[in-house]
Design a protein around this ligand. Sequence first.
Ligand SMILES: Cc1ncc(COP(=O)(O)O)c(C=O)c1O
Length: 411
Amino acid sequence: MKNPFLDSRNQFPAFQNTHDGKPLVYLDGPAGTQVPTRVIDAISNYYRTMNANHGGCFPTSRASDAMFSAAQQAAADLFGTNDPEEVYFGANMTTLTFALSRALSQEWKPGDRILVSHLDHDANYSTWVRAAQDRGVIVDEIEINTTDCTLDLEDFDRKLTSETKLVAFCGASNAVGTRTPITSLTRLAQSRGAMVFIDAVHLAPHALMDVQQWGADFVACSAYKFFGPHIGIVWGKKSHLQRLRPYKVRPCAETLPDRWMTGTQNFACIAGVMAAIDYLADLSIGSTRREKLQHTFERIEAYERILSAYLIKSLQTVPDIRIYGITDLDRMADRVPTLSFTHPKFSPIQIAEYLGSQGICVWHGNYYALPLTERLHVEPAGMVRVGLLHYNLVEEVDQLVDVLKRLTQNR
Ligand SMILES: Cc1ncc(COP(=O)(O)O)c(C=O)c1O
């Protein structure tokens, strides 16, 4: 199977990196993707040509502010909103979500409830649980079906009460790749009076976010998971962003998005975020950036379904391996090409170290998806995670499987 994005690999300097004379195999995308040259150039160009703080009356500050507005528009195009004021940046998704949970929870009262999920990264769990604890709010947890690592939708329905103020769940699991039915869950939650926060960090490199269709109240993502630098981004409904009282310093403007962006932003990396979004857009043709992104992600989803199936089938040829997540090949649309596995004879760290010694980059442990790994009873060792992206090749999957067979069959 030829990768339809093969040419785009040339744009990533990291693919020149070698280990023992062979190219490194990057299967660690869920922990952070590689970045194309234009992202690196945008960051260094910022420092070279417009490095200045926000709001000055001189040319570099004006250039920096213009860049910021353009990046905000690019992020709005990625989220699928027509209003760039609904988008703001910050250090990373975790920090932004802690800040949001602190502000949002001011509207909760003792005895209210929130609903979080066992499919999630801890950044979409502890952030809300801590806020709930501070306000005397009851925390309910959506269970998962442990056989295929999907959300238990009946449990969701059961636990969603008229007291539920907020439901927080992910668009896709960073550990096992399961996608969630965002739009229908959002509608159900809102019909019972709850707000919805979507963690789209893991979904964002695999499917186009669409805040209008989803209808959620807040969506968060992180640019380093979609070929950009380490920056978090939040989209929120304007009425909420205007009504809520963020924890901010007094001189910081009350206008959007300023009131949600504490302290000085990482402007250079925000320039890099715009370049990452434009990298994705320019993989396809279209008359607007959003249209180009739509075409790109249609193609990414189609190729990644093939990659998912290939990865699962190939790993299943390694004796005794246990794969976590959806493995039914007819259900590849319900997952992204991220999965975890364990082996009865080798610990996750042993497997990851051996693969690493062979130039294959994977992750081991719980990757902060602790609500999930606890439910799967794989703590404390965790699992081994393999994550593919549009730039990965079936040949890289073959290499992974060859090395795994060498490890597990020769000892
Ligand atoms: C699904 C998911 N949510 C949230 C996070 C946290 O994102 P950040 O590192 O930007 O805080 C991650 C990071 O791995 C993630 O994979």
